[in-house]
Design a binder for this molecule. Structure first.
Ligand SMILES: NC(=O)c1ccc[n+]([C@@H]2O[C@H](COP(=O)([O-])OP(=O)(O)OC[C@H]3O[C@@H](n4cnc5c(N)ncnc54)[C@H](OP(=O)(O)O)[C@@H]3O)[C@@H](O)[C@H]2O)c1
Length: 264
């Protein structure tokens, strides 16, 4: 496998988990294409990685919720003849709030980034990944994709989509030597908004939280080991097994009770 000329495309690669994944791949000599909003942080992350590791780092500053954004990303890669072997669908947004109080513009944005962009990028890149096989798709879902979570209703539904999409596609792409792995992190200490949500959950929030560096490490190892689904950090993994004990209706009741208290 020639890693010198192959690239990993990472959405949401400017900060948080995406940045942590980018650093690990760069440390393995894999070139990067970082996709994020056209903010200063994108160029800063690219410069930081280039200073630390001998890899090429391309950036695409784009709002993935815009129509044709996925096509523009793909066109950039084709025009520059970048050999993508790894597609990391990481960008995503979340919330904790009652569904009816959310402005619909936010729900629309969430579905576009968490569901539509993941699906469209994957669809566009399959031919390129096939050319560069053995290839890998790493999709970032969430524990909210395993449990039924009121007050994270649209987020939880979007991450269920990512889990089911990944597990099913995995079987379809095996014959092309493209592996699909889906990662379901608990809380991650990535940005101020998420930290506030984790703190709202108290002690349990801390137990069910991991650093983005740990999650990135587990995710990349799982991807190279061609695992199907992984939950990083053993305490969170054990907690995730409760989904097989409690029916979905019970999960919804228990989680609603816990989150309702935090929202009042
Ligand atoms: N944090 C958690 O507790 C947690 C838990 C479970 C799962 N996850 C999932 O893990 C993934 C990463 O989360 P994170 O906490 O690392 O996120 P984060 O720190 O908020 O970073 C989000 C990344 O996505 C980019 N992004 C956001 N909106 C975008 C848009 N419209 N178009 C293009 N790029 C956009 C951001 O770019 P800018 O830097 O330009 O803003 C940034 O690079 C997400 O899929 C999330 O759902 C997170």
């Amino acid at each position: 496998m020639n890693s010198v000329t192959t690239y990993a495309l990472i959405t949401g690669g400017s900060q948080g988990l995406g940045k942590a994944i980018a650093e690990i791949l760069a440390s393995k000599g894999i070139n990067l294409i970082l996709v994020a909003l056209p903010e200063k942080s994108l160029q800063e992350t690219a410069n930081h990685i280039k200073e630390k590791f001998a890899v090429d780092v391309q950036i695409i500053g784009i709002d993935l919720t815009e129509s044709h954004a996925a096509q523009k990303v793909f066109d950039f890669v084709r025009t520059n003849n970048l050999k993508v072997r790894y597609l990391i669908n990481n960008a995503g947004i979340g919330y904790t709030e009652s569904f009816e109080k959310l402005p619909f513009s936010f729900i629309d944005k969430l579905l576009k980034i968490n569901v539509l962009s993941v699906t469209q990028l994957t669809h566009l890149f399959i031919p390129l990944l096939t050319e560069n096989a053995p290839a890998y798709i790493l999709n970032i879902a969430s524990m909210a994709g395993l449990f039924t979570m009121p007050y994270k209703t649209a987020y939880s539904a979007s991450k269920h989509y990512v889990v089911e999409f990944s597990l099913a596609l995995r079987e379809e792409l095996k014959s092309k030597n493209i592996n699909v792995t889906v990662v379901c992190p608990g809380g991650m200490t990535t940005n101020a908004e998420v930290l506030e949500r984790i703190n709202q959950m108290g002690k349990l929030g801390n137990i069910l939280t991991a650093s983005p560096e740990l999650v990135a490490q587990v995710a990349i190892s799982a991807m190279f080991a061609r695992k199907s689904l992984v939950v990083p950090k053993w305490q969170i993994r054990w907690y995730s097994y409760l989904r097989w004990i409690f029916p979905k209706t019970w999960q919804a009741k228990i989680i609603a009770r816990a989150l309702r208290k935090k929202l009042i």
